[in-house]
Ligand binder design. Structure first.
Ligand code: SF4
Length: 470
């Protein structure tokens, strides 16, 4: 078992037994569900909107080279720079070298999961550069020296008492648990940072090819301040974020807002098109876009898995996942958590180390049902399991057992015979009082589940008796 798998199992066991933690998550997800349901009902036809978004992303991802080059050309035409980073190291080095060359001492960041993916902040801090997260949730987890708990709501695991305690300890002048006053305290502190930072780093919700612009959607206005006040703006984005046309935002923005938070549209929808142009009053002097591959091209080259790149990072699948609701976001130990993380991480960081995440799922399919771009997430989890098995050298006994199981399942009489054998075995164990003892073969299952009780009659017998009607 890989180290990451051991750590996941350890953290998941602790978190799933923490009832206070589960209560906070349940309450937050319940209020998300109410808002999301109301949001979907505002659409004349939510399913048609999902289908449209899927088509836009399909077109973009299946013609990624063309749209990315179009985007690059338009950014350059307006005086911006585009850097293609093959991996995390190249992306980090580009930004770190740029910051060092321009004498940057402070960076304000608006939310970017790619920056978490490439571990940008520690790299900049090593150079003595202060990095300040400006999204409120990110700001809170940064003060706690934690990673984001969720891709949309990074501080979902905390309640206002936790945050009041944190602010009192870290900001000093705050002694309240009133949410408005807590927000005001964060705002006061962040304002100073916006005006003193030399560099602003943002992610991109979309890279609009025909406009050569980045589209950002936030609720706090922090992205606008991060991208317009400092003299250098760096955009950090995965290559899959490109979309063909500006008018695609007419459906993508409201669908993302609805799936992400249940809002019809977020409070701030911003398009950034490059550095300040002659005659313009504000905006950065320099504009750099770092396009990060980091394993995405390999996904693109795999027709079966390519649709994973359609993801617009709304977080809906995470909220719908019963495993996430039980173990929480930090147990995954990865940048992307929940179903999309369990699909993406093994592909981006290696199946041998992260394949355990493919099993962090009940395969109920709730994630696929809610995904606004209709990614069949539970099927991709199955593909990951299949490919990991094919790549690894499974023990001889396991291979024989599964062949036998397959052979049994494919024949009606064999299936009935094995079922009869299993029930008989369970009864014998019970009669001999061996279940629950050291000889109990069902012990690994029973340790975490209610004890298995053999049914008096198999399902097939009951079905036959009822003529299949009930
Ligand atoms: S996979 Fe779908 S539901 Fe999950 S974050 Fe991506 S777009 Fe949202």
């Amino acid at each position: 078992m890989s180290r990451a798998a051991q750590e996941f199992l350890r953290s998941a066991a602790i978190k799933s037994a923490d009832l206070t933690h589960r209560q906070v998550i349940r309450r937050n997800i319940d209020s998300y569900n109410t808002a999301n349901e109301r949001g979907r009902s505002r659409f004349l036809d939510w399913e048609a909107a999902r289908l449209k978004c899927e088509q836009i992303k399909w077109e973009a991802v299946n013609n990624l080279d063309r749209y990315l080059l179009e985007f690059e050309q338009r950014v350059k035409d307006r005086g911006g720079h585009v850097f293609w980073a093959e991996n995390s190291e190249e992306a980090r080095n580009y930004i770190a070298n740029l910051a060092a060359a321009r004498g940057v001492k402070k960076v304000v960041k608006s939310k970017s999961m790619v920056s978490e993916e490439i571990h940008l902040s520690p790299a900049l801090e090593k150079l003595g550069i202060k990095v300040v997260e400006t999204d409120l949730g990110e700001y809170i987890v940064q003060l706690r020296e934690e990673t984001p708990y969720h891709i949309v709501t990074p501080a979902m695991h905390l309640n206002r008492t936790d945050i009041a305690k944190l602010f009192k300890e870290k900001l000093g002048d705050v002694d309240t648990d009133d949410p408005q006053q807590l927000v005001a305290a964060a705002r006061r502190s962040l304002r100073r940072d916006f005006f003193s930072a030399e560099m602003g780093i943002s992610g991109a919700n979309f890279l609009v090819a025909d406009a050569g612009m980045i589209a950002l959607t936030t609720n706090e206005g922090n992205a606008r301040l991060s991208t317009s006040i400092p003299r250098i703006h760096v955009v950090l984005s995965g290559i899959e974020k490109v979309i063909p046309h500006l008018h695609d935002l007419a459906v993508l923005w409201p669908v993302l807002a609805t799936a992400g938070t249940g809002q019809p549209i977020t409070c701030y929808s911003t398009l950034v098109g490059g550095p300040r142009q002659p005659g313009e009053a504000d905006g950065p002097e320099e504009f750099h876009v770092v396009l990060v591959d980091n394993g995405r091209s390999e996904l693109l080259a795999n027709p079966e898995e390519r649709e994973v790149l359609h993801c617009i990072r709304c977080g809906a699948c995470i909220n719908a996942c019963p495993v996430f609701r039980t173990v929480g976001g930090h147990a995954y130990g990865t940048t992307y958590m929940g179903p999309i993380g369990s699909v993406l991480t093994p592909r981006l960081r290696g199946l041998p180390e992260f394949n355990h995440l493919s099993y962090a799922s009940s395969l109920c399919g709730a994630c696929s049902d809610v995904c606004p771009v209709r990614i069949s997430l539970h099927h991709h989890l199955l593909h990951n399991r299949r490919d990991a098995v094919a790549e690894s050298d499974r023990p001889f006994a396991e291979r024989v057992a599964f062949r036998l199981w397959r052979w049994g399942m494919l024949g009606e009489h064999r299936f009935a015979f094995f079922g009869w054998m299993a029930r008989l075995g369970m009864r014998v164990l019970k009669a001999l009082h061996l279940d629950g003892t050291v000889f109990d073969p069902a012990r690994p299952w029973n340790r975490n589940h209610a004890a298995t009780v053999p049914p008096p009659k198999p399902f097939r017998a009951l079905w036959g008796k009822s003529d299949g009607h009930n």
